[in-house]
Design a protein around this ligand. Structure first.
Ligand code: ATP
Length: 261
């Protein structure tokens, strides 16, 4: 049997009186690309934060690389890369300074990480700003920097939260290729996004979270077979019980058009 990289059993998480995760169980195998989708506020980022050890006070069992993350040993984090949905970057640093700093945190040699960071920036079309301050970067450039910084230490398991936010169409194509090549080399990717056509194309398995529970889990073909609708966007609407976009859009525009007498 293929190696289980990530295993969650009956994960529950409350914020005050609100239950955000209500018994989530899943297993992810080496080389899988998981498209982790769900409505706003469904609990996707919370799941990822628990796995990264950023969020505590959950119940249930979480194992990464067969290691229970609650036992206090954080060594497993060396094998993880993470692109957060919203990141604070050090605006006063250049990419060179930032990436070599991150690389050294992971124990990489300065000259090696400098070479690696510069080469990855060049390949991602942002080599010319390697020595410019991050404050001057566009949104897409910042996103590329975050992606590169998550990969410097060649991690086994990647968590990407809306990684293609702000990337242009060509860069999205490069990023999809990077994901697929990483997975071919045995890396495991947990990918959370609202961009359904990309999730549909890139994921080897799609997990839909709704109201803190898993509402669907399978390949796109499995989900298509189990649902009458065609695209992943339509399956998403069906599984989350949503069909009011026309009416809501029209009411929204009516209110926009209201003006004081
Ligand atoms: N620190 C917190 N304190 C209180 N409530 C929180 C906290 N973090 C998240 N929540 C709540 O938990 C729920 C799930 O949030 P989460 O960020 O996991 O959703 P998500 O599925 O990632 O949403 P989105 O698609 O909008 O990014 C939301 O109702 C949110 O308000």
């Amino acid at each position: 049997m293929e190696e289980v990289v990530l295993s969650i059993k009956n994960m529950k998480k409350d914020y005050g009186t609100k239950t955000v995760l209500d018994g989530v169980s899943l297993q992810v195998r080496r080389g899988e690309i998981i498209g982790y989708i769900g409505p706003n506020g469904a609990g996707k980022s919370t799941t990822v934060k628990i796995m990264l050890g950023i969020e505590h006070d959950y119940s249930g069992e979480v194992k990464l690389f067969d290691h229970d993350i609650s036992n206090g040993d954080v060594e497993y984090k060396r094998k993880i890369g993470y692109v957060p949905e919203i990141a604070e970057l050090y605006d006063n640093l250049t990419a060179h300074e930032y990436l070599t700093f991150i690389g050294e945190l992971y124990g990489l040699d300065f000259n090696f990480v400098d070479y690696k960071a510069k080469t990855l920036m060049e390949l991602f079309g942002v080599g010319e700003v390697y020595h410019s301050r991050i404050a001057s970067y566009s949104k897409g450039m910042r996103q590329k920097l975050l992606i590169i910084s998550s990969l410097l230490h060649d991690p086994e398991l990647l968590f990407f939260d809306e990684p293609i936010n702000g990337l242009d169409a060509n860069s999205v194509m490069i990023f999809k290729e990077i994901m697929s090549q990483l997975a071919d080399r045995g890396k495991t990717i947990f990918y959370s996004s609202h961009i359904m056509d990309v999730v549909e194309k890139i994921s080897s398995r799609i997990i839909l979270l709704n109201d803190g529970k898993i509402a669907a889990d399978g390949t796109f073909e499995d989900l298509s077979r189990e649902n009458t609708e065609g695209s992943l966007e339509q399956i998403f609407n069906q599984l989350t019980g949503f069909s009011e976009h026309k009416e809501l859009g029209s009411r929204f525009v009516s209110v926009v058009r209201e003006m004081e007498e």
